[in-house]
Design a binder for this molecule. Structure first.
Ligand code: NAD
Length: 289
């Protein structure tokens, strides 16, 4: 396929390289980054002309909307704008409506799997959009990822992503605070892991990404909490979840509490570049007040 790829940062560059390695004809564009191994166009519009699919991998919804407004009028009729950024549901739905007016198809497909998944082609895609749009980009999901779930119409990919990451933020905090309570009650961390990982308190945060160093499978806690998944990115997703919850009048008190704790951790305590599981040493260094 002829593919335009806009946003060649930590995630976009390795995703674009995997598409090139699979034989696709890629033209990339980024306002700041000029990564090796990707043919570059001089503008976003140039990268989009004649493309069968234009992929965007951008920082936020505002930038996505601006780029979409710029490229949609120049994309060929029936082509697909595949946005893989994590943005607010509202922006994804607005971009999809604008795409329809321009005679093109929008698919929102945020990813999970991080930079490792982008590099190794093992991302999971959560897609929103029409059946036809999903079918067109499915072969690209196969190259860039290991799994793609079609979650429904436009915006539903973003909805799935923020619901998943709201659960992740909440369970990580619950797991970290339970370890600290266990410490203070004299319960060995390994014993705590052995019980919880095979009991009803188990979760991905405990079993696959244990925040306690030296316990469970290898995770960022074993590497001084270097990310992994940075706390600042978790805060971004928890903010998006609360934005969506407010708009939809959904009662999400635990999601709100997790957002507030990560906001404190990132904004007040300057720990945004630590892995999000570094909540464990944070709690361990504090008392109740
Ligand atoms: P990044 O900041 O490394 O990359 C974003 C790129 O977009 C940058 O290179 C920037 O120069 C470029 N850009 C900004 N404005 C632009 C414009 N108008 N036109 C063209 N390029 C522009 O971020 P990233 O880590 O690659 O993340 C990209 C998206 O993926 C974000 O929405 C993020 O939330 C999401 N995401 C990231 C991870 C991760 O682990 N990094 C995991 C899952 C999802």
């Amino acid at each position: 396929m002829k593919i335009g790829f806009i946003g060649l940062g930590n995630m976009g560059a390795p995703m674009a390289r995997n598409l090139i390695a699979a034989g696709h004809d890629v033209a990339g564009f980024d306002t700041a980054s000029m990564p090796d191994g990707i043919p570059l166009a001089s503008t976003a519009t140039d990268a989009s002309l004649d493309a069968d699919v234009v992929i965007t991998m951008l920082p936020n919804g505002e930038i996505l909307r601006a780029v979409a407004a710029q490229i949609h009028p120049h994309m060929k009729s029936g082509s697909v704008h595949l946005d893989c950024s994590t943005v607010d549901v509202e922006s994804a739905r607005t971009v999809a409506q604008d795409a329809e007016k321009a005679g093109i198809i929008a698919v929102d497909a945020p990813v999970s799997g991080g930079i490792g998944g982008a590099t190794n082609g093992t991302l999971t895609f959560m897609a929103g959009g029409s059946d036809a749009g999903f079918a067109t980009v499915a072969p690209l999901f196969d190259v860039m990822g290991q799994k793609a779930v079609h979650c429904g119409p436009a915006g539903n990919g973003q909805a799935a992503k923020i619901c998943n990451n709201m659960i992740l933020g909440v369970t990580m905090i619950a797991t970290c605070e339970a370890f600290v309570l266990a410490d203070k009650l004299g319960l060995d961390r390994q014993a705590m892991f052995d019980v919880v990982s095979t009991s009803s308190g188990y979760s991905w945060s405990m079993n696959a990404y244990c925040p306690a160093p030296g316990i469970g499978p290898q995770s960022p806690s074993d590497n001084d909490y270097q990310p992994g998944f940075a706390a600042a990115l978790m805060l971004k997703d928890l903010n998006l979840a609360q934005m969506a919850a407010r708009a939809a009048d959904a009662d999400t008190p635990m999601g709100q509490a997790a957002r507030d704790l990560y906001a404190q951790f990132v904004e007040d305590e300057g720990q945004g570049e630590m892995d999000f599981s570094a909540m464990l040493p944070r709690f361990a260094n504090r008392g109740r007040d």
